[in-house]
Design a protein around this ligand. Structure first.
Ligand code: ADP
Ligand code: ZN
Length: 602
């Protein structure tokens, strides 16, 4: 991974080159030079030159004699057992020297004895530092100090994520392509006087690829990527949020053009209202963020991306024009998007020939990108467990259930009677769904208990994307939810706790029909509820008088009662089929939609 903050790397590189040059020079060039200057001769020549009085300087070393002639040429020869040598040289007028030939130039010796060790030390230090910070930063991020505040900013490598790695989300990508283009050639925009939005808010449920998209923008534009989580401003460094923001922006401006990504911005950007006392630390941080965003010009090349799944909780000051003025929705993927995401992640694993991604995508309706990535990985893990070389269709189907409902419980704790009740319950759902023309057929029914606590479930498959649901469809859905309880009642004459989740879902739908979808005769198109948490489960809060609330409750009860009765009628009319199917499921524990339909139509 290529770190964005790179100056350390070139430094190391130069040290390396420097060392290499010195060593090369020392090992090859210097001896060559010395050899060229000092000529080796035999002892006879030395004696002859001595008698010819042609010796200028001489040095008798441990294993050789080095000498020069009157013309300044240097020679060397081996040592001989020659006791009279010194006397002869003296009479020949030779000067005795101790450093006749400098083996090395003085500069080089200084280099070797001083600079080299120093360079080595610094280089080593750098290496150790780098190792250390790499560890502290978790592998691919680097922590570095930020001046006085001592706050840490994580600079992550953009790790080469490109738009092509983010599947689906075409609208978001299209929106962000403009930012990439701007970072590539800002002049085009400046020329016409247009300025990029300073801040772009990515809004959507968790795990839909917001972080990925931000990284992909940095990756596509090939600019540094600063990443920090909103909660880090407040939680980790109490009292330092504001100065951290200041430092972050200082850094960013130095590194411009660059991308600053603030994850979970709602952690600092919450509305500054109504709580007495408030959170001073958080407010200061937010104020600093606002100030900084106002402080720099639109065209400095710093683009701030922020992600949140609670856009409605953000302070209006943050979302006004000039700050985070562009909002890019990153929604849960649709059928096509799911298929693409599965394919993108399946590139990393070995996939068997029978895998039908479109079928898998259809089954995993409502799954986020992160869940789909998880499904692919679970399928690969399951293939390994089976001892297979590749993940097959069955692995994918099982992994969807694992991700949705948890692992199979190995030692079933159900008694026979309980198992029978669960079988009736699930067949009840499926049968009611199948008998209502508008309901989607079932894909699979199972009564194998899961670690999540589900004792069994019916997997319904919708054939495509539903953007709209008619009133009848919602009613049928509610009837399907009540079908489980109705079947229990019909089969064993009493009811169990198994329907708790169904009751919740049915009530939620019925309430929404009346308070939000305007599907009640009495209230018509009046909004009686507002959704507060669109991307996190969609909690709603009532906005009506107490009397109206009572009336809503009454209508919800009536609506569900009506659908329960409808389900009951369907099941009573098909009691024989219900019994046969439940018996079959009881024996097989898992049946496919096909088997179900075969028995139903036989
Ligand atoms: P968010 O920031 O929206 O919570 P992330 O960007 O962190 O979600 O996504 C988490 C993981 O889910 C990613 O690492 C990726 O593996 C997977 N993922 C989510 N959306 C997509 C997508 N559209 N395409 C491919 N992978 C995705
Ligand atoms: Zn149920």
């Amino acid at each position: 991974m290529n770190e964005v903050k790179t100056p350390k790397k070139p430094m190391m590189f130069y040290y390396g080159i420097f060392l290499a040059v010195i060593i090369l020079f020392n090992a090859i060039v210097m001896p060559l030079l010395n050899n060229m200057r000092v000529k080796e001769v035999d002892y006879g020549t030395f004696i002859r030159m001595t008698t010819e009085l042609n010796i200028d300087e001489v040095e008798i070393q441990d294993n050789q004699i080095v000498f020069s002639d009157k013309n300044g040429n240097y020679y060397k020869t081996g040592l001989m057992d020659d006791p009279a040598l010194t006397q002869r040289l003296y009479t020949a007028g030779a000067k005795f020297s101790t450093e006749i030939v400098q083996e090395m130039s003085p500069i080089l010796s200084i280099l070797l004895s001083w600079i080299l060790p120093m360079a080595l030390m610094v280089g080593l230090g750098q290496l150790v530092m780098k190792k250390f910070t790499d560890k502290a930063g978790g592998g691919n991020s680097m922590m570095f100090n930020m001046g006085k505040s001592n706050a840490k900013i994580y600079v992550k490598s953009s790790s080469g994520i490109k738009f092509s790695d983010v599947a689906g989300e075409d609208e978001a990508k299209e929106n962000l392509t403009e930012v990439v283009d701007y970072l590539h050639n800002p002049d085009k925009y400046k020329a016409i006087g247009a300025s990029m939005p300073k801040g772009i808010l990515l809004v959507g449920p968790p795990g839909t690829g917001k972080t990925m998209l931000a990284k992909a923008v940095a990756g596509e534009a090939n600019v540094p990527f600063f990443s920090i989580s909103g909660s880090e401003f407040v939680e980790m460094f109490v009292g330092m949020g504001a100065s951290k923001v200041r430092d972050l922006f200082k850094q960013a401006k130095e590194k411009a053009p660059c991308i600053v990504f603030i994850d979970e911005i709602d952690a600092i950007g919450k509305k500054r209202d109504n709580h007495i006392g408030g959170n001073d630390e958080r407010e200061q941080t937010l104020n600093q963020l606002l100030t900084e965003m106002d402080g720099f010009e639109g065209n400095t090349g710093v683009i701030i991306l922020a992600a949140t799944n609670r856009p409605e909780s953000l302070d209006p000051a943050l979302t006004r024009p000039g700050r985070f003025d562009r909002r890019v929705p990153v929604e849960l993927p649709d059928l096509k998007g799911r298929e693409e995401i599965l394919k993108v992640h399946a590139r990393k694993i070995c996939v068997g020939p029978n895998v039908d991604f479109s079928a898998v995508a259809r089954m995993a309706s409502g799954a986020s990108g992160a869940e789909l990535a998880n499904i692919v990985n679970e399928a690969a893990l399951r293939a390994v467990r089976r001892g297979s070389r590749a993940a097959m269709q069955a692995d994918f189907e099982e992994s969807i259930e694992v991700v949705i409902a948890g692992y199979q419980k190995k030692n079933s704790l159900l008694t026979d009677k309980e198992k029978m009740i669960v079988a009736y319950h699930e067949i009840g759902h499926a049968l009611v769904a199948a008998m209502q023309t508008n309901s989607a057929p079932v894909q699979k029914i199972t009564i194998v208990p899961r670690t999540s606590g589900a004792l069994g479930y019916t997997m319904q498959v919708d054939e495509g994307n539903h953007y709209l649901m008619s009133k009848e469809e919602i009613e049928n859905k509610i009837a399907t939810y009540t079908g489980g309880r109705a079947a229990e009642q019909l089969a064993v004459g009493s009811v169990s706790t198994g329907a708790a989740n169904d009751i919740e879902q049915a009530t939620r739908l019925a309430r929404a029909m009346i308070t939000r979808y305007g599907m009640s005769d009495e209230f018509g198109m009046v909004a009686l509820e507002t959704v507060t948490n669109q991307y996190l489960g969609g909690d709603a809060s009532l906005a009506c008088s107490a009397e109206t609330q009572t009336e809503i409750d009454r209508q919800v009860v009536a609506l569900i009662k009506k659908q329960y009765d409808k389900a009951m009628t369907i099941l009573t009319e098909n009691k024989q089929k219900l019994d046969r199917l439940a018996q079959y499921l009881y024996e097989k524990e898992t049946i496919t939609g096909e088997e179900f339909m075969n028995i139903l139509n036989s």
